[in-house]
Design a binder for this molecule. Structure first.
Ligand SMILES: *Cc1c(COP(=O)(O)O)cnc(C)c1O
Length: 383
């Protein structure tokens, strides 16, 4: 690390894992409870209760020991049968995951391809539903994390419901905690999320909530680890079917308490403001945003300027300034930088991210007015 001046700290600006508050870290290491005790059952159950308002549903979400993709797989295994017709939407790397998962489980998949960086339009999905009236379920996501676009769910779910009463399953892994979710009001049947995005704890837990309708349509497929009916039976008493990641549960209890202490509405407002401020900063540096409308409140994607090597920029950010940003995936590799601000990131985090970006841009020879990004960001946050 010879390029790094003394005392530079590592800071995370990637869309998962996100910063973990110190109290949640301490809870994880000081935890050594046996998970078949009343004490643990009660913590576990409280976590489920505290998660529910973030999902916007009356039912309590289940907590699984897996990364977010595990909960996505649980949704597919429990809500589809082989040969079921399903619709998925690909607008980036994460939409592909629903396509790949449902295909792996033998579903007949109809995929709507949307340009990366854009959100689908309601009429496109409705069009596909008209073409495939036997569709059993739509698998969609709330936030396409590879580009930073938010899918305006409330708006197009209304249109979808006019056409079909198929199941709607939403990957909200990078959206919960930054975007409003009202699964009951919006008539969503299944919402999944993961611990390392909006929840301020490390990777290893995933969450899944089902509507009453979805519970009534659980598939007869063979299942084992992700048998949600079996999970629900135990978890209603606070007991998971298998050994839970108990240290993460201890962390989760603390981070959920903090989220509720701030107030979920305030947390969402905070993320909206931070996302806005980051966009203002980026534009003031003369850089272009990847997304033109339907901005995610979780992360902001930026085109790497012409003539600049994106991987060098990321390397300089990490090696010299300890700032860990994410690059682009697949066709966007080397071409974009993703600046995440979800989870427990505060205004000083995004300010230091913007400052690090300015330093690193200078290193790679980009011409701009130093301080412009930081200034615009601060102005945005003081309006
Ligand atoms: C991060 C992410 C995932 C994958 O979650 P893992 O925890 O890596 O399994 C899926 N979908 C979206 C939208 C994500 O942001």
């Amino acid at each position: 690390m010879k390029d790094r001046e003394p005392f530079i700290k590592e800071r995370l600006f990637c869309p998962g894992p996100t910063p973990v508050p110190i109290e949640a870290k301490i809870a994880a290491v000081s935890n050594s409870v046996y998970h078949r005790t009343e004490e643990f059952f009660s913590t576990f159950y409280q976590c489920r209760q505290l998660l529910a308002p973030i999902f916007g549903g009356a039912g309590l979400p289940l907590i699984l020991t897996s990364s977010g993709t595990g909960a996505m797989e649980a949704a597919v295994v429990n809500l589809t049968q082989t040969e079921d017709e399903v619709i998925t939407v690909t607008a980036g790397k994460f939409g592909e995951r629903w396509h790949d998962l449902t295909s792996a489980y033998g579903c007949k998949v109809h995929t709507l391809e949307v340009e990366w960086g854009s959100a689908p339009r309601a009429e496109q999905i409705v069009g596909l539903l008209k073409k495939h009236p036997k569709t059993k379920a739509i698998f969609i996501h709330a936030n396409e994390t590879s580009t930073g676009v938010y899918f305006p769910l409330e708006k197009f779910l209304k249109e979808i419901r006019k056409e079909s009463d198929c199941l709607v399953v939403v990957d909200a892994i990078s959206a919960l905690g930054a975007h409003e979710m009202r699964m009951d009001d919006w008539k969503i049947d299944c919402v999944v999320s993961g611990s390392q995005k909006g929840f301020g704890i490390p990777p290893g837990l995933s969450f899944i909530a089902l509507s009453d309708r979805a519970w009534q349509q659980i598939s007869k497929r063979e299942k084992f680890y992700f048998d949600l009916k079996k999970e629900a039976k135990g978890q209603d008493k606070g007991a998971s079917a298998f050994t839970p990641a108990s240290s993460l549960i201890a962390s989760l209890r603390v981070s959920l308490d903090k989220l509720h202490e701030y107030g979920i509405a305030q947390v969402l407002e905070h993320h909206r403001n931070m996302a806005h401020a980051v966009r203002d900063g980026i534009l003031a540096l003369g850089l272009d945003l990847v997304v033109k409308e339907n901005f995610s409140h979780s992360l902001t994607s930026v085109w790497v300027p012409q003539g600049i090597d994106g991987s060098l920029l990321l390397k300089s950010l990490k090696d010299r300034y300890g700032a860990v940003f994410a690059g682009g995936q697949e066709k966007l590799k080397g071409r974009i930088l993703r600046f995440a601000h979800l989870g427990f990131s505060d205004r000083f985090d995004v300010l230091s991210g913007m400052a690090a970006l300015e330093f690193a841009l200078k290193d790679v020879g980009y011409q701009f007015d130093v301080g412009a990004g930081v200034t615009a960001l601060m102005k945005s946050l003081t309006q």
